[in-house]
Design a protein around this ligand. Sequence first.
Ligand code: HEC
Length: 145
Amino acid sequence: MAAHMPSSGPLKAPRALPTLGHFLRGRDVRLKTAALWLIGLVMLGLPACSKPGPALPPQVASGRQIFMANCASCHNANPSLDGTVGPAIAGSPRALVEARVLRQSYPPGYHPKRTTHLMRKLPWLAPKIDDLTAFLAYYKAQPQK
Ligand code: HEC
């Protein structure tokens, strides 16, 4: 194998291909400027790509967390859609959320979407009813999210 290796000194880049060194020493200033602009634009663009979008209002973000942990398993991670057992509930008014979550009931005169009685009450969520309602209202307004 060694017999086939070139014996004359270290490997050199072929003349026709400009090396990084050539580029940085720069004969073509316009090319260099364009390249720097391009690098700059890419660096500006990267953080924008990694962000999921504008932050949710704090109450909506809190409600979302509670919903994902306590409700999404039966309803749906997207509350505008029916879930495995529960119906779509985006836009549910506070009185309905409170009656369901705290008392396993419905507000007077409300016509339930389902005639089943599968949902259990989750009374420890009493301090979070407002956050849940805010989250459900937010998704009603922006169903695509
Ligand atoms: C064990 C599954 C389950 C869990 C967990 C659950 N739900 Fe339900 N939910 C249901 C089902 C099923 C219904 C339909 C009525 C019934 O069978 O109880 C329902 C109905 C509702 C309704 C009334 C829909 C309508 O307009 O008739 C609301 C509002 C609601 N759930 C909110 C919630 C919220 C908020 C949570 C979380 C804090 C939650 N649910 C957790 C299964 C569940």
